[in-house]
Design a protein around this ligand. Structure first.
Ligand code: 5GP
Length: 204
């Protein structure tokens, strides 16, 4: 069978919901999947590694990359800029890979306009109380930042209506399995299978 086209998965959800944790389990369970490493102007957290969790860059460097056309999309979240480097995503898509973008809702909207075939998954907290608990237990944000993130979370959850799939993160193992089930099912949409179907009937 011919190679399948690459696929973009937009993975959103409020800060503290556990996107990184779920994504790391998903990538661990299916090694063929790829995760894009974003650019950010926010400060590095104690447990983060530059080049693995994010590329931590200055606002000046960020603006320089935007002006050079090196950023696929970017958005302001709170007081910081976040964006997706373009070159690696283009490369993975041309290799037929499934690429996860961990992205907030404005960025996801922009990518959906550029790549209408991308698939958007929203990771939902079991409750707002639980979300706040998770944000606090992380111990990485100031009180002001937690309040700001909780406010953004309410607005983001309202936008989950624009997503193709919603996965609840009440249990890490089932949340990651549910994300993998969505990815698996996407392999069998008619749109992705139609080339193979024409191969089957080409000599008939
Ligand atoms: P955090 O500071 O908690 O790591 O991320 C804050 C928000 O920025 C999260 O909702 C996260 O998904 C989003 N984000 C991370 N990388 C990108 C990106 O490349 N583009 C956009 N638009 N949002 C991102």
């Amino acid at each position: 069978m011919a190679n399948k086209k690459g696929m973009l998965i937009l993975f959103s959800g409020p800060s503290g919901v556990g996107k990184d944790t779920v994504l790391s389990v998903v990538l661990d369970k299916d090694k063929s999947l790829q995760k894009s490493v974003s650019l950010t102007t926010r400060g590095i957290r104690e447990n983060e590694i530059d080049g693995i969790d994010y590329y931590f860059i200055s606002t000046l460097e960020f603006e320089h990359m935007i002006n050079n056309g090196e950023v696929l999309e970017f958005a302001k979240y709170g007081i910081n800029l976040y964006g997706t480097p373009k070159a690696p995503v283009d490369k993975w898509l041309s290799e037929g890979k499934t690429v996860f973008l961990k992205i907030e809702v404005q960025g996801a909207q922009k990518i959906k306009e550029m790549y209408p075939d991308s698939v958007a998954i929203f990771l939902m907290p079991p409750s707002m109380e639980e979300l706040e608990n998770r944000l606090r237990s992380r111990g990485t944000e100031s009180e002001e930042d937690i309040r700001r993130r909780m406010q953004i979370a309410r607005d983001e959850i309202k936008k989950s209506a624009d997503y193709d799939y919603v996965v609840f993160n009440d249990d890490l193992d089932s949340a990651s399995d549910n994300v993998l089930a969505i990815i698996k099912a996407l392999d069998f949409t008619y749109k992705r299978m139609k080339n193979y179907i024409s191969e089957v009937i080409k000599d008939v």
